[in-house]
Design a binder for this molecule. Sequence first.
Ligand code: SF4
Ligand code: SF4
Length: 447
Amino acid sequence: MVTIRSPHALRGGVHPEYNKTLTASEPIRELPLPARLTVPMSQHLGAPAKPVVKVGDTVTGGQLIAEAGGFISAPIHAPAAGKVVALEETLTAAGRACAAIVIETAAEQTWQPMPTFPEWRFTNAKQLVEHIGAAGIVGMGGAGFPTRVKLAPPSDKPIDTVILNGAECEPYLTADHRLMVEHAAEIRIGAEIIRHILGARSLRVAIEDNKPEAIAAIETAFRDTAGDVAVVVLPTSYPQGAEKQQIYSVTGREVPRGGLPMDVGCVVENVSTAFAVFDAVVNGMPLVRRVITVSGDAIAQPSNLLAPCGTLYSDLVEACGGITGRAAKVLSGGTMMGFAVGSLAIPTGKTASGLLLLSPKKITAFTSQACISCGRCVDACPMRLCPAELSQCIEADDIESAERVALMDCIECGACAFVCPARRPLVQHMRRGKAAVMANRAAQKAP
Ligand code: SF4
Ligand code: SF4
């Protein structure tokens, strides 16, 4: 195992205020089990899961409560034992309505374990992938793509490099950082399982240089890992954690436009996902909980909490001592890619990495103005797009032209909006444009 500096500089990118010191030294604390969990059926990319329980059913912790709704989907398990008291609609962090199973948690907790594979080195890849799929594991870095699908690439796309993403470049968030500091040994086993499944020769762990404690913990844990293994230290820059950017920073390979990491022989998994893989394979634990950073200057006790999926934001806030003063903005996620939410009655899910409560001091009111063609957004865009041109096409409802100039390559990182002196809502335009493209494609496919 070696430690190297990233040999390839990120193209574009920005340097926001990181504000990670609020929670970087806060050890992971287990949230006391809430009295009620509202478990959303959309905690992943793709089709929502389909409930297999009904109101009045008693469930044990770890029991399957919803099956995958399609190929790109994931099953959902009860995060705790209790009684199903409602099947109702809830809001996801992104503001979309989705179905949810509401569980009143029991005083006496019982647990239904999944099979384990202590001899995973001698277990075939297909069996492990099926197990990881059955455990409901999805990418925990934000996208929520089902891990089962990522770990079974087509035979004409051999994978030679597994990259563990420990960049956590979003401001304020330190959940991955704490997981690396406190559970590096488990992350290592998860990474080795992933490498074993894919038959990959090389393993890289990518971490930004603003996390020396995590780098040291990962170096210690991976020291005796066999084969071509390296910790790659990335210069701190946003969005170093984006998949395609990270592949370039670590390997120098460029994922082609419209392509996938497997087109260049890579699979990128978040460190939290590697931990979840370890937990499922070694401990028989489905993905029912995760670490979430609760931070900002309007929360009494900024923390890293291990919380069951389905915990309401209001329960997280209460466990962190409540709101101090006035929270002028509540964000689900970090300040760059997070979503502003209007309620604390929103449940966490498998991809929820942060909840930020910000005081009026941290919020700047502004009015969007016309583009002054300064070109700063072009310099900042890590995908080499022209956000000014794209946003103008979308504003004019000329979605076809936007698609021609690679709208769908936008990763919604927000770097363009961050630097725009005219304060144009560039990311909102991109999201609206991409949604229109998807709707057009769906309409063309419809019989
Ligand atoms: S949000 Fe899209 S257009 Fe803007 S910088 Fe990021 S990738 Fe480029
Ligand atoms: S940064 Fe803003 S003002 Fe400058 S070119 Fe881009 S969209 Fe226009």
